[in-house]
Design a protein around this ligand. Structure first.
Ligand code: NDP
Ligand code: MG
Length: 381
């Protein structure tokens, strides 16, 4: 039996994980929902708890008037209670709030199925020992692909190539992009995800985060060994260039349940129900032609800004993430337009003085960058 904690169960990744875990194959494979945690949506949490009968239900801050479940743990105790007794934690919290949960898992030696890429963007250095101990299994589709491609390879990859769909922004004329609002930007062509990552996919902030994420997960010497290519069909989920010049990739329909199921079942690899979910849908004859093109820096100015923060290192990626969280929220609330996201990132980072990383410095940087970015979008944090 493998007892699984689902942090962020009410979000896009969390719901898809529960979809996999409700299958009979999953139960046969011994995968059991141990706990469910959300931020405030206890209405959905209550429904999920009824379906999955977890041992623990937890919410960070239930919305006023939302249901209070019997025995529900809230506030500062919530994350610790949700991961206690778990064999595997799926961290599907959105934002830098996920870092504490990741660190707590690794401190307790619990394996982590990591969707929360911000954990690595903000605190990759702090998670490095856990990665080296094999405690972190990626859920992000590109990184799951690389992880699978490297299985059985003796040498480290010469290069990693991450593919990017281009998000909704790829189909919008470049001169119209800066003034776009959420209704156009949230129409992602190939993936159905939570709102923040959907906006980040269109700005390519997500892809710059994924470069940083890959660097830590696969112990790459630096960001220059990781390239991004735009691949609109999203059929090739990323590639590795091996030391002998051959490329290895994973191909298939874009469906997040594949990497989620892989991470939930690794390393035993008992079938969690994927074969019955996917096999029929994947006929290569129906795939569109494969095309790859280099990053378009004019269309996606935020990509270079965030990548530069990654190159700088220390607290700079933490500042980039916090500024982006504030900017994306302001964009979704209609307070700024799409083009302002890159401006807020650039201005926040140009006034940041990077420092070496420890937990306290990260907390201070996160707070500082939120305040700075908020002042740039005309609000307060
Ligand atoms: P969603 O916005 O759909 O869901 C976020 C989840 O996190 C919800 O359960 C939410 O609870 C919870 N949450 C929000 N804030 C906090 C907090 N401060 N503390 C604890 N829990 C919190 O996000 P996604 O599922 O899209 O993304 C989750 C993570 O996975 C992100 O890091 C994203 O980058 C990554 N990811 C997502 C992919 C996708 O396809 N969606 C693909 C690859 C990576 P509540 O509902 O109560 O607010
Ligand atoms: Mg991804």
């Amino acid at each position: 039996m493998k007892r699984i904690a689902i942090l962020g169960s009410t979000g896009s990744i969390g719901r898809q994980a529960l979809d996999i875990l409700s299958g009979t194959e999953s139960r046969r494979a011994g995968l059991v929902v141990h706990s469910l945690l959300c931020y405030g949506n206890t209405r959905l949490l209550e429904e999920q708890a009824g379906d999955h009968q977890p041992s623990v239900v937890a919410a960070i801050s239930p919305a006023p008037g939302a249901p209070r479940l019997p025995g529900m743990i809230t506030g500062d105790e919530a994350i610790g209670a949700a991961i206690e007794g778990a064999d595997l934690v799926l961290n599907a919290i959105v934002g830098s709030a996920g870092l504490e949960a990741s660190l707590e898992c690794t401190r307790r030696g619990i394996r982590l199925a990591l969707a929360n890429k911000e954990s690595l963007v903000v605190g990759g250095e702090l998670l490095r020992p856990a990665i080296e101990r094999g405690l972190v299994v990626p859920v992000d589709s590109e990184h799951s692909t690389i992880f699978r491609c490297l299985a059985g390879e003796a040498c480290p990859p010469a290069r990693i190539v991450l593919t990017a769909s281009g998000g909704a922004a790829l189909g919008i004329p470049r001169d119209e992009l800066p003034s776009c609002g959420p209704e156009r930007i949230l129409r992602h062509p190939s993936w159905n995800m939570g709102p923040r990552i959907t906006v980040d996919s269109s700005s390519m902030v997500n892809k710059a985060f994924e470069v940083i994420e890959a660097r830590w997960l696969f112990s790459m010497p630096g960001l220059d060994a990781i390239e991004v290519l735009i691949h609109p069909g999203s059929f090739v989920h990323s590639m590795v260039e091996l030391a002998d010049g051959c490329y290895k990739c994973l191909m298939g329909s874009p469906d997040m349940r594949v990497p989620i199921a892989y991470a939930l079942s690794w390393p035993e690899m008992a079938d969690p129900g994927c074969s019955s979910l996917f096999r029929a849908s994947d006929d290569p004859a129906s795939w569109p032609g494969l095309s790859f093109s280099p990053m378009d820096h004019e269309r996606y100015p935020a990509f270079g800004i965030v990548l530069e923060a990654g190159r700088t290192g220390g607290t700079a990626p933490c500042a980039a993430n916090a500024a982006d969280e504030v900017a994306v929220k302001a964009f979704l609330d209609g307070r700024i337009r799409f083009g302002d996201i890159a401006r807020v990132l650039g201005e926040t980072l140009s006034s940041h003085s990077p420092a070496p990383v420890d937990r306290e410095t990260l907390r201070e940087t996160d707070a500082w960058a939120r305040a700075r970015a908020s002042s740039l979008v005309g609000g307060t944090e």
